[in-house]
Write a protein that binds this ligand. Structure first.
Ligand SMILES: *Cc1c(COP(=O)(O)O)cnc(C)c1O
Length: 395
């Protein structure tokens, strides 16, 4: 079948929950993807901030193949060595104490919310605790994650979601204070808002939230699903601010393509929240997924991925700033590290389609923002290549 025939098949079989680009991808190598007709694309999307190590990494592939030949799945009723090794490594890079592996980001958020609810329930036995979340946030598509996602467009048709969620404005501490009550048990936010428009938290904002949480024994949940795993030049973005969460979520680049996420907590919360029987998952933390996590974390360290982010990100910022200065339709550049956005005064879908025709894969964040979340192994030359293509696509 050719590309058009495959696309027609897909549209007759898959539930239409995405307006997909007209592209059937076949394989990847480094920072390039190839479609089924052999056309090559520079990839500045990385499967939405997932494939940090680049495609077809030999060591990563071999680690997965080895694990496949041993055992792919057991059950969480038994221990398995990849999960133990992955847990040890993720504790070390995050500075958190307890981890629960999940299959996705949304599932990690669900677990984080349950842990916060249980923590509060153990304190006073009441069942009307509230959670403060942020406007323009994104935490996933399941009912709990959606309930804390501050985008009415995603939520409206699915109400009622879980109750007692109050929304505040990101980077506006007074609006957070205005939502505080003596029922507040947790505040959840992304350290850098991704989907909502590539907005980093201001340091003062995060520090004040931490102080409020400490004062009132409220749990701070940081969603690092997109901005974590080295993307901002820190293993987890909060490490830059020195503001440690009580619970955090991670996913996307954690398995570099194998579906896996996690929520982590401090020992203090671990001792006073979810207990045996409270939470579970069949697949979560299975040997295949954890073999991926273990190898990803190993390669991050050995290949100095974070050093590369710190070297290339300022150059990406500079080149994007150059474009922003050149075109009146670009309102601003914003973001952190290799998580950047160009904000346009108009929808960007046509620009992204044009770029695709010219061999560059980009992704949007909302209608008017082009999001740049490339593999973390890109070089300055790849940035130049991306800019030179994009420069011909903006009209
Ligand atoms: C992608 C994302 C999620 C949801 O992760 P899924 O794996 O798609 O469920 C949650 N939070 C943030 C910040 C994300 O970027």
């Amino acid at each position: 079948m050719n590309m058009q025939e495959y696309i027609a098949e897909a549209e007759s079989a898959l539930l239409h929950t995405y307006n997909r680009y007209q592209l059937v991808l076949d394989r990847g190598d480094g920072v390039y993807l190839y479609d089924i007709e052999g056309k090559k694309y520079l990839d500045f999307c990385a499967g939405i901030a997932v494939f940090a190590l680049g495609y077809n990494n030999r060591e990563y592939n071999d680690a997965l193949k080895n694990q496949i030949d041993k055992v792919i799945h057991t059950s969480n009723y038994y221990y398995n060595v990849p999960a133990i090794e992955a847990a040890k490594k993720i504790k070390k890079i995050s500075g958190m104490d307890r981890v629960f592996f999940t299959n996705s980001g949304a599932e990690a958020v669900e677990g984080a919310l349950k842990a916060a609810r249980k923590y509060a329930w153990l304190k006073d036995g009441s069942t009307d605790h509230e959670i403060i979340a942020m406007n323009h946030s994104f935490h996933g598509r399941t009912m709990g994650a959606l309930a804390v996602t501050g985008n009415p467009k995603y939520r409206e048709a699915f109400e009622p979601l879980i109750g007692n969620i109050r929304f505040a404005d990101y980077n506006d501490i007074d609006s957070v204070k205005a939502q505080l009550t003596d029922k507040t048990c947790a505040i959840i936010l992304e350290t850098v808002q991704g989907e909502g428009g590539l907005v980093p938290a201001e340091e003062g904002f995060l520090k004040e939230i931490r102080a409020i949480c400490d004062e009132r024994d409220i749990l701070l949940i940081l969603d690092e699903i997109q901005c974590g795993m080295g993307r901002t030049g820190y293993m987890y973005a909060w490490q830059k601010y020195g503001v440690k969460p009580d619970i955090m979520t991670t996913a996307k680049a954690l398995g570099c393509g194998v579906p896996v996420g996690a929520f982590l907590m401090t020992e203090r919360v671990g001792q006073r929240s979810l207990e045996a029987g409270d939470h579970g998952t069949t697949y979560g933390g299975n040997p295949l997924a954890c073999a991926a996590v273990e190898k990803v974390l190993d390669l991050f360290e050995r290949n100095h991925i974070i050093d590369n982010v710190r070297e290339v990100a300022p150059y990406l910022e500079k080149r994007l700033d150059g474009l922003a200065a050149k075109y009146g339709c670009i309102v601003e550049r914003r973001g952190a590290g290799l998580m950047q956005g160009l904000v346009f005064d108009r929808p960007v879908r046509d620009i992204i389609s044009n770029a695709m025709d010219r061999g560059l894969i980009l992704i949007n964040a909302g209608a008017n923002i082009i999001r740049f979340v490339p593999p973390l192994v890109i070089t300055k030359e790849h940035v130049d290549e991306m800019i030179s293509i994009l420069d011909t696509c903006i009209v």
